[in-house]
Write a protein that binds this ligand. Structure first.
Ligand SMILES: NC(=O)c1ccc[n+]([C@@H]2O[C@H](COP(=O)([O-])OP(=O)(O)OC[C@H]3O[C@@H](n4cnc5c(N)ncnc54)[C@H](OP(=O)(O)O)[C@@H]3O)[C@@H](O)[C@H]2O)c1
Length: 251
């Protein structure tokens, strides 16, 4: 479904972690489909402002940015209200923000556990809860949670990150049940994605892992999957769309 309504009436997506990498690709893609976008960021203020300028140049008054530390759970309802008030509607939530760092067993602190779970599982739930009343009024009310293709084969150095993504995947099904029939809730589970930055997963894990398709996953591969679930899959809810080039079938 291509959205062609006038700007004021365009559906609105809130994308957490939307200033950079996969989140920014999702924002660009949904914007190209005619949505207005509210890109949440935490530290990446310059990237967020540049993305806002880029999108508003393409279409006036179509992009906004909003900042916040998602571990501050009590502030999430306000963040959602601010996003909704920008254009008086909210149609889509993409929970893309995520913490990713190794936590080898024997070194882990309770603070690391809490930070990873707060960012990757608790915040997506409370954002979904705060967004739900707005999304329920939309004709295309939809939540997309970004999980991980490797959730069923957790990496030994990343036990907590993997557990947060398993929690989020399970929560996707529970939210799909709880919010039906007005809101669809799905997950997109990327394999290793090439983000063209020194901090990318590829560097952290020591190189692009092998895939059946013999190509590097790109941020646009993920954005297209998100867009498909929002616009072109109206009979899908509670599902996880794995986009990994077949990585999880290798080895
Ligand atoms: N990249 C991959 O290969 C890959 C593979 C599997 C799954 N995924 C999943 O796909 C999604 C997007 O991946 P990505 O690589 O683009 O993510 P990312 O760069 O690791 O993180 C995206 C953004 O999340 C924000 N963030 C993290 N913790 C936050 C917190 N506590 N409060 C507020 N913002 C916070 C950061 O915003 P600021 O920079 O503004 O601080 C960051 O830029 C994530 O959910 C990730 O787990 C990615």
């Amino acid at each position: 479904m291509q959205v062609k309504s006038p700007q004021q009436n365009a559906p609105v997506a809130l994308i957490t972690g939307g200033a950079r990498r996969i989140g920014a690709a999702i924002a660009r893609h949904l914007h190209a489909q005619g949505m207005s976008v509210v890109c949440h960021y935490r530290h990446a203020k310059e990237e967020a402002q540049a993305l806002k300028d880029e999108l508003n140049q393409l279409r006036a008054d179509s992009a906004e940015i909003i900042s916040g530390e998602l571990q501050e759970i009590e502030k999430l309802p306000k963040l959602v209200t601010q996003a909704e008030e920008r254009w008086g509607r909210l149609d889509v939530l993409v929970n893309s923000a995520s913490m990713y760092h190794p936590t080898p067993v024997g070194t882990v602190t309770p603070e690391q556990w809490d930070a990873l779970f707060a960012s990757n599982a608790k915040a997506p739930f409370f954002l979904a809860q705060a967004c739900a009343p707005f999304l329920a009024k939309s004709e295309c009310g939809s939540i997309i949670n970004m999980t991980d293709a490797n959730v069923d084969r957790p990496r030994e150095d990343y036990p907590i990150y993997c557990a947060t993504k398993a929690a989020l995947e399970n929560m996707t099904k529970a939210l799909a049940k709880a919010l039906a029939p007005l809101i669809r809730v799905n997950a997109v589970a990327p394999g290793e994605i090439y983000c063209d930055e020194p901090s990318s997963v590829a560097v952290l894990s020591g190189g692009i892992r092998e895939t059946l398709l013999k190509r590097e996953g790109q941020v646009d591969d993920i954005a297209k999957a998100v867009s498909f679930l929002i616009f072109d899959s109206p009979h899908t809810t509670g599902q996880t769309f794995v986009v990994d080039g077949g990585e999880t079938l290798v080895g």
